[in-house]
Design a protein around this ligand. Structure first.
Ligand SMILES: Cc1cc2nc3c(=O)[nH]c(=O)nc-3n(C[C@H](O)[C@H](O)[C@H](O)COP(=O)(O)OP(=O)(O)OC[C@H]3O[C@@H](n4cnc5c(N)ncnc54)[C@H](O)[C@@H]3O)c2cc1C
Length: 481
């Protein structure tokens, strides 16, 4: 397959000339990342994608994940892809303790994620889920939990998940009923079921670590009674792994993302499922919000990456497919023109380009605010926090909704070929649709934006945003672009 799925030059432009990412180097956390390091890292992401992700993009769809006799089989290439991502340090890239107090800026990681998602969102999503789950343990769990779980997660041997949704509790997490009973030994016995759990079980890893929301017996009703637990499929004990009573009832037959498992899990059917409390009781949802906010930006990155893959396919096709003649030319003896010369095809290509490049700019801007929040002080930190909060629902929803329309336009550019399985467009179209559904539907984010975010800090957030828009753009970086 031709491996043009992303415009890396545009990402370089955003990172170095629009955002001036290497400016972040003034903080010791990011001191390794000058302009050259930005470029080399982006290049490494592209090489890894070319070698391990893109080659199995189509195959993971055709040889989809399947559930048989309690085992969830995934494409064999996924194991190699996870290994390459782990060895490249991508799972641990934003964990300071693992990296001796140094970090990859989120701005750079997000640009690289766009490359990965464009190459094969269905493979790379597994590892960024693991990254988020490990970070939750790091930030809120005990040292013992961190030492027990994080190394194997960063090594790509163990999968991490976020396990929130239950049959009666999708958008409304206050209705979660999975229960946690405290035991004298210090752990909890978990009972309940979770549905649609991405990466919830599969053969490319040796274990799965669920970051799971449940209600401790006697907890208050609603969101204030939800706690967060580490619930492994196999629990480490006496140097080995013991089955922890987490059973996979099946996987969901999805319209797209067929290589990316969404599992139905049963916990504690034999009353032997142990969960380990993360942080304080009843504060689980607030901890989970860290992961959810990251995952929302991640969903925007994923949608943008998929739309980019579709756009590059449609662009290539439009540059190769001869069909028809210019309206001014009625001479049938003249050769046909390439379809990219037709005004309507150009319109559709430009629509895709605008959606994708706008989404990329928004997402990297959000990531830059994330970096400023992590490293800034006082007002700079507070402002970055407010702006990120305000923009997160948009950064999740705009690329998901408009990316779907962009992929549809890509299909339209290609005519019948776009609709048929000889080309990639039909897969991109199926794959991208879920982005507007998971990590909170668009309606839920709309309510979050208008009901909460706009009024944060007594309306100061919206004013701050208006002031950001009015700012002159940054001076171009003098890096080696
Ligand atoms: C492929 C896939 C992977 C997933 N991965 C995970 C995962 O890894 N972990 C996890 O925990 N969950 C996961 N989910 C679950 C996902 O987050 C939920 O599907 C999503 O939050 C919506 O919940 P629901 O499906 O129950 O829909 P519902 O909540 O029933 O919503 C149905 C419709 O009603 C609307 N609606 C609901 N409430 C309101 C309201 N108050 N006001 C206005 N409109 C409303 C929604 O916008 C939607 O249009 C996944 C889902 C899918 C499909």
């Amino acid at each position: 397959m031709d491996n043009s799925y992303i415009n890396s030059r545009f990402l370089q432009f955003l990172m170095l000339e629009v955002l001036n990412g290497p400016e972040l180097r003034r903080h010791p956390l990011f001191s390794d990342f000058d302009a050259e390091a930005f470029l080399m890292t982006l290049d490494a992401a592209k090489q890894l994608s070319d070698n391990y992700l893109y080659p199995i993009f189509r195959e993971m769809d055709k040889e989809k994940a399947c559930y048989k006799d309690g085992v969830v089989e995934v494409h064999p290439g996924l194991k190699q892809a996870i290994k390459a991502l782990a060895e490249g340090g991508w799972i641990s890239a934003i964990d300071a303790p693992h990296n001796n107090g140094r970090l990859m800026p989120q701005t750079l990681l997000s640009a690289c994620q766009l490359v990965f998602y464009a190459a094969n969102a269905n493979a790379v999503s597994y590892v960024f889920l693991t990254q988020g789950a490990a970070r939750l343990i790091r930030n809120y769990g005990t040292d013992e939990l961190a030492q027990t779980y994080i190394p194997s997660m960063f090594a790509g041997h163990w999968q991490g998940t976020m396990a929130l949704t239950e049959p009666q509790a999708g958008s409304s997490l206050s209705d979660i009923t999975s229960s946690a009973t405290p035991m004298p030994e210090g752990h909890y016995l978990i009972k309940g079921q979770k549905i649609y759990i991405s990466g919830g079980d599969h053969t490319a890893v040796d274990n799965v670590v669920h970051l799971l929301l449940a209600r401790i017996k006697g907890a208050p009703a609603g969101t204030k009674g939800i706690s967060l637990f580490v619930v492994p499929k196999y629990r480490p004990e006496n140097g080995g792994l013991v089955f922890n009573d987490v059973t996979t009832a099946g996987i969901f037959g999805k319209m797209g993302q067929k290589g990316y498992v969404a599992a139905h899990l049963m916990m504690g059917e034999n009353d032997e499922c142990r969960g380990y409390l993360v942080g304080e009781p009843h504060k689980g949802l607030s901890y989970m919000f860290q992961l959810m906010n990251e995952a929302r930006i991640g969903t925007g990155l994923m949608a943008t990456g998929v739309a980019s893959g579709a756009y590059q396919s449609a662009l290539k096709y439009a540059n190769e497919r001869p069909q028809g003649r210019h309206p001014s030319n009625k001479d049938i003896n003249q050769p046909q023109v390439l379809i990219i010369e037709h005004a309507d095809v150009k319109r559709m290509l430009l629509f895709q380009k605008a959606v994708i490049e706008g989404s990329m700019a928004l997402l990297l801007q959000c990531s830059y605010y994330g970096d400023q929040y992590r490293t800034g002080q006082g007002e700079e930190k507070e402002n970055a926090h407010l702006l990120l909060e305000l923009l997160t629902p948009i950064a999740k929803s705009y690329p998901s909704e408009m990316g779907t329309l962009a992929v549809s336009a890509g299909m339209q550019c290609m005519g019948g070929a776009g609709y048929c399985a000889d080309f990639l467009l039909e897969q991109y179209y199926r794959d991208i649709r879920v982005n507007a559904i998971y990590e909170g539907t668009t309606a839920i984010h709309g309510m979050d934006l208008l009901g909460r975010k706009i009024f944060m800090a007594n309306g100061q957030t919206a004013q701050l945003y208006a002031a950001e828009l009015a700012k002159p753009s940054k001076k171009p970086n003098k890096g080696p672009v």
